[in-house]
Design a protein around this ligand. Sequence first.
Ligand SMILES: [Zn+2]
Ligand SMILES: [Zn+2]
Length: 256
Amino acid sequence: MAIDLVTRREWGARQPRGSYGRLSSTRGVKVHYTGGQVSPDIVGDHARCVALVRSIQNHHMDGNGWIDVGYSLLVCPHRKVFEGRGPNHLPAANGSGLNSGHYAVLGLVGSTGFTQPTDDILHGILDAVEYLRDKGGAGDEIKGHRDGYSTDCPGGPLYAWVKRGAPRPGGGPTEPPEPHPSFPGRVLKYPPVMVGEDVRTWQRQMRRRGWDIDVDGLYGGASRDACRAFQREKGLSATGAVNRATWQATWEEPVT
Ligand SMILES: [Zn+2]
Ligand SMILES: [Zn+2]
């Protein structure tokens, strides 16, 4: 399904007070929540989403003194994606020094009231991420505001989803496995440290699945330990070596 964009004109955005910093690419996207009280009534009334987005912009411009709303895009429970600063523009919401690394996407989820992200919000966030990848050179990373910054944002439920690798709701075993890179033909193992693009490819996929692993193309002790934990989780023989079965499971097994 294509992204359902709400343009700035459509939501009645104020004009920015200055020009944005430019971005040609980022490492990825950071996910945010509104925090505070969000009335559960917004789920049944999209007009409330529009009002909330406008109030967030007012708060950022009049309270924080920013030139515009701080987020790149904002997502409501109706799977609509509101234009904030948009692709190729520096956001302001990630924290000082952290804005050029990631775009900022907000889900309209509170810390009280409406706190559990619905499937439509999660789909909307992923629609926003894909849009930023497509139009703004966003990289693979999907992180939470709290990654590298002292905050509760994006709240427990959204952050747990981020850590699971931000899967599309309703995906998993019922969908055919996506095509993925074929097994490189050598078993990745340690010691000694193995180096290569195949290592990097596997590490990147593990990271997408939410594992805390460096994507450096070096298969060392940390990669082995992550591999072993993954194998245990999936009921594979816990050798710490990426053989064909483990390679395939890294792409084909549902993220749990
Ligand atoms: Zn945040
Ligand atoms: Zn809405």
